[in-house]
Ligand binder design. Structure first.
Ligand code: 5HU
Ligand code: ZN
Length: 161
């Protein structure tokens, strides 16, 4: 008899997004994203971090202070990293992301041809950025789906002697 209690595609790829988020050095919000084709092939993955060559021991992780002394001007969002890392065109794909995309990521998602956004957390729903994002997704016909549960990923590293 085959196993039947396997992960759904949505939970599997959201799990992959969570695994990617574990690479993020951001002390407050770790975001992971996975772009998946209609054939359920992974096209790109990413997490929030500084661009290549911008040392994350040198650049600031602060949330407050002068703009240039915070992380905000420097950090590449998980969704954009996933698009930039993609190994094929994103047209028709789904992006799985642990946090609802901001307006800048929404623009990149729409322009790359991604047709569906599956997300989990929407903690910035009241911000102008996320409102603008939802407005653009609606206009562009991008389908939005919030998972009605959280995907938990327990990754255990076992060191062998
Ligand atoms: O769409 C997003 N994707 C994404 O990767 N992020 C990243 C940027 C920051 O490193 C972090 C947000 O930080 P904070 O919650 O401390 O403001 O999450 C933030 C958003 C905004 O929703
Ligand atoms: Zn963003």
């Amino acid at each position: 008899m085959k196993r039947t209690d396997v992960l759904s595609w949505d939970d599997y790829f959201m799990g992959l997004a969570h695994l990617s988020a574990k690479r993020s050095k951001d002390p407050s919000t770790q975001v992971g994203a996975a772009i998946v084709s209609e054939e359920h092939r992974v096209v790109g993955i990413g997490y929030n971090g500084f661009p290549s060559g911008c040392d994350d021991d040198v650049y600031p992780w602060e949330r407050e202070g002068d703009f240039g002394d915070t992380k905000y001007p420097y950090v590449v969002h998980a969704e954009l990293n996933a698009i930039l890392n993609s190994n094929q065109l994103c047209r028709g794909c789904t992006i799985y992301v642990s946090l609802f995309p901001c307006n800048e990521c929404a623009k990149a998602i729409i322009q790359s041809g991604i047709k569906r956004v599956v997300y989990e957390c929407d903690k910035y729903a009241d911000t102008d950025a996320v409102k603008a994002s939802k407005r653009m997704f609606l206009s562009a016909g991008v389908e939005l789906k919030q998972l009605d549960h959280d995907v938990r990923l327990n990754v255990e590293i076992i060191h062998h002697d």
